[in-house]
Design a protein around this ligand. Structure first.
Ligand code: MOS
Length: 770
């Protein structure tokens, strides 16, 4: 038997794995499947769990019902900054139906975030956790919250990041962490670069705080079986939750099982383990009953994360021919009350070719809910500003905005000085422009004379999403020739169940209907990464492919052994093994497995390391056409053409789905969404979906999705790059540029609401800057 090329991963080495079989692809090489010849990969297979979801039978964490289950609600601090002086739970506990109340005084001090605790007496934002009540119904638990008597000492608060930076507002973390921490990136010499420029544009931009608001609320159901804990959790990482819960409770990971069957999204707000999960576990242990906590919309808008705002000062310089000579950015954003990254500087660092770049980024503490990764953290806000100033620069030097991008296309990764595994951005520009009709549609700014003006704009996207180890997938070939797939990943609604079905069906040459996938259970699935950073498919699909190929090879070897021939004398096709020399001699999978001592074949495949010396990134461009009613300020997005290099398409239907979702979320970020805070009281005013505007079908324009690269030949064995985050990145920038092109007026703050557009239009008409 040939030994296979194997890249050892430190964490997941198994003897069994090295032995392996021949023909498993060397990492980085194409797997021998031509995209054209693929029967399952790339095809628009219906969503695996589509029927269950459409019919309402799919079980989300929110739906989990266990016998004797209690419902818990969290009492949250109503003030932006306070010290808890006293807490009295007597009245709450006296309410019939209330089973337990936990707070800082009666549970162990469990460390959390910077210098805080699960229940901290120093409360740093409206929504910080004070107590948790378990009762026989959710309604009773809610009622009981009102009966917990708490006295607070109110402290001075800061909710305005701009003011914090200006006044150097007080530090409110005892660990001495500075109120804001700069991160400086520099290459080349920006001063020299600006001196060499023929034109320079300098401007300020800002973006709002946006809240994830996934469809399914955050929540957990915890149940103990003796000393073992099972947590049903709506999470982007069952393994991460297992690790954190075990650590917080001081029990072995083997005593914690985390299950996520179906999920209604997360967008990054469900990457970290929630305090509510640990509270459910504590209450369940104390009461001996299962405990469910499901957050409500108020809590989701206050306390579980947001896309930080941004305040950006940008400067870009270029030669007459459009060659960028220097770019600089000074920016900050609100981290919230605890440590978080509010950066928006990566678009400037990596998107366009430029030798002289300097970015200075600060994350500022404010007394508001935590900043969290949100679908391409930092990118939509950074791209909005960068692509806006680039368009103004293009106008200044009299060059087509698309041409400016083409002239500054970077060959390699300027951040690491490594080549990319693949980059087809030029093709994206060309194919996208053609489909959109850029040449025909672009006119000088403010070309329409009527009150309703049309305009077009574009912006560029760059994102990682190459995935990598550790990721394992187990495939079980059953005695009837059907297959089971088990992975410790989860499906957020993005399609993990579906593409794993396709990968295994492709490799084993069996119909997708013969494949069953089990996800989201740490008790069964091998370790897989968090579903974040667009890394799921690129991490776990190659592992599943590997496992299935091992099984195929085991079948071939087994049949060869029975026939007393070399494996190379055996052919495998669509579940049938045969002798190459005499195809009439053949055997089905059931006939063969019947003769195996094991009865079935089980193999686990692991994701090998990415090839050293390369950077894996996705790229793309979006073209937007908008219509602006200058009487009402309403911006109507008519059309988006998205042309992206995202490697191999695993499922065209899921891909379109991800792209449409991301683009609509991008439109929403550009035009609608906004967390509003009352600066007088420090309280959030938009804690429901009436006040916090999310898009509906009426906000969705005509969207065309183009993918340019069938596969990335170096990134991984299947040539996959992630698609979760790329679609949202350039949308707001493209719309802002289209709005400028339509009206001649530049909007420098998001969201571009009718009110803001009208204000800017009238300011420009009065001779203000535009
Ligand atoms: Mo994402 S922000 O990595 O879920």
């Amino acid at each position: 038997m040939n030994s296979r090329k194997f890249v050892r991963t430190r964490q997941y080495f198994e003897e069994d794995y090295v032995e392996g079989y021949a023909e498993v692809p060397e990492q980085g090489n194409p797997p021998g499947i031509d995209a054209d010849k693929a029967r399952q990969l790339g095809k628009p297979l219906d969503r695996y769990d589509g029927y269950d979801k459409a019919s309402g039978t799919a079980e989300y964490t929110f739906d989990v019902q266990l016998r004797g289950m209690l419902h818990a609600k969290i009492l949250r601090c109503p003030h932006p900054h306070a010290k808890l002086v006293s807490i009295d739970t007597n009245r709450a506990e006296a309410l019939p139906g209330v089973v337990a109340v936990i707070h800082h005084g009666n549970v162990p001090n469990i460390p959390w975030f910077n210098d805080s605790a699960l229940f901290d007496t120093h409360l740093r934002y409206e929504g910080d956790e004070v107590a948790c009540v378990a009762a026989t119904s959710e309604r009773l638990a809610e009622q009981a919250l009102k009966l917990v008597d708490v006295t607070y000492d109110l402290l001075p608060f800061a909710v305005d990041a701009e003011k914090v930076v200006k006044d150097q507002a007080p530090v409110f973390h005892e660990d001495g962490v500075l109120a804001y921490r700069p991160w400086i990136y520099e290459r080349g010499d920006v001063n020299q670069g600006f001196n060499a420029a023929d034109a320079v544009v300098e401007d300020s931009y800002s973006t709002q705080v946006a809240v994830h608001n996934p469809t399914e609320p955050h929540g957990s159901v915890a149940v103990w079986d003796g000393r073992r804990l099972t947590v049903y959790d709506s999470t982007q990482g069952v393994y991460a939750v297992r690790e954190t819960v075990a650590e917080k409770l001081g029990i072995p990971q083997s005593d914690v099982r985390v299950i996520t069957r179906c999920m209604g999204g997360g967008f990054g707000s469900k990457l970290a383990t929630g305090k509510y999960t640990v509270m459910a576990a504590l209450l369940a242990r104390q009461t001996g009953q299962p405990v469910r906590i499901a957050l409500d919309r108020d809590e989701m808008n206050l306390a579980v994360g947001n896309r930080p705002d941004s305040f950006q000062r940008l400067k870009v310089g270029a030669k007459k021919d459009g060659t960028l000579t220097a770019m600089s950015l000074e920016a900050f954003g609100s981290a919230g009350a605890y440590r978080a990254w509010a950066g928006c500087n990566f678009p400037m660092i990596a998107t366009y070719k430029c030798e002289n770049v300097r970015t200075e980024m600060r994350s500022v503490y404010v007394n508001l809910g935590p900043g969290r990764p949100f679908r391409a953290p930092g990118r939509p806000q950074g791209t909005f500003a960068l692509d806006s100033v680039l368009d103004d620069l293009a106008e200044k030097i009299g060059i087509d905005p698309l041409e400016l991008r083409l002239r500054n296309n970077a060959e390699g990764d300027q951040f690491t000085n490594q080549p990319y595994t693949s980059k087809k951005l030029k093709e994206c520009y060309q194919q996208g422009a053609k489909a959109f009709g850029w040449k025909e549609k672009w006119r000088p700014p403010n070309s329409d004379s009527g009150p309703v003006k049309r305009g077009v704009g574009l912006a560029t996207q760059i994102w990682s999403g190459g995935g990598g180890p550790p990721a394992g997938v187990t495939v079980k070939l059953n005695s009837d020739g059907s297959a089971g797939v088990i992975a410790g990943s989860q499906d957020l609604g993005t399609g993990t169940y579906t593409f794993l079905t396709q990968v295994v069906a492709e490799a084993l040459e069996i119909p997708p209907a013969r494949v069953r996938v089990t996800l989201g259970d740490t008790a069964t699935g091998p370790l897989c990464p968090l579903s974040g950073g667009s890394q799921t498919a690129a991490s776990i699909a190659p592992a599943a492919w590997d496992a299935a190929l091992q099984i195929k090879q085991a079948l071939v070897s087994g049949y060869a052994a029975l026939e007393g021939v070399q494996a190379s004398a055996v052919a495998y096709s669509e579940g049938l093994l045969s002798m190459k020399s005499d195809p009439s001699k053949h055997m089905t999978i059931p006939e063969l497995t019947d003769k195996l001592d094991s009865g079935t074949i089980v193999r686990t495949g692991y994701r090998a390391a990415n090839r050293e010396g390369y950077t894996i990134q996705s790229f793309g461009v979006q073209f937007a056409e908008v219509e602006v009613d200058t009487r009402t300020g309403r911006v109507l997005v008519k059309k988006i053409v998205a042309a992206h290099d995202i490697g191999r398409t695993l499922n065209r239907k899921l891909l379109e789905n991800q792209f449409r979702g991301g683009i609509i979320q991008g439109i929403s970020f550009a035009l609608l969404e906004q967390r509003v805070v009352d600066h007088q009281t420090g309280k959030v005013l938009t804690t429901n979906l009436h006040d916090y505007k999310l898009p509906t079908v009426y906000d969705a324009p005509d969207i065309e999705v183009i993918t340019v690269d069938p596969k990335d030949k170096i990134a991984n064995s299947l040539g996959i790059k992630g698609i979760g985050e790329p679609p949202i990145i350039p949308t707001a920038g493209a719309i802002a540029n289209a709005l400028k092109n339509a009206t001649g007026v530049r909007i420098r703050s998001l969201p571009m609401t009718p009110q803001r557009v009208l204000t800017e239009l009238s300011a420009a008409a009065k001779g203000g800057r535009s």
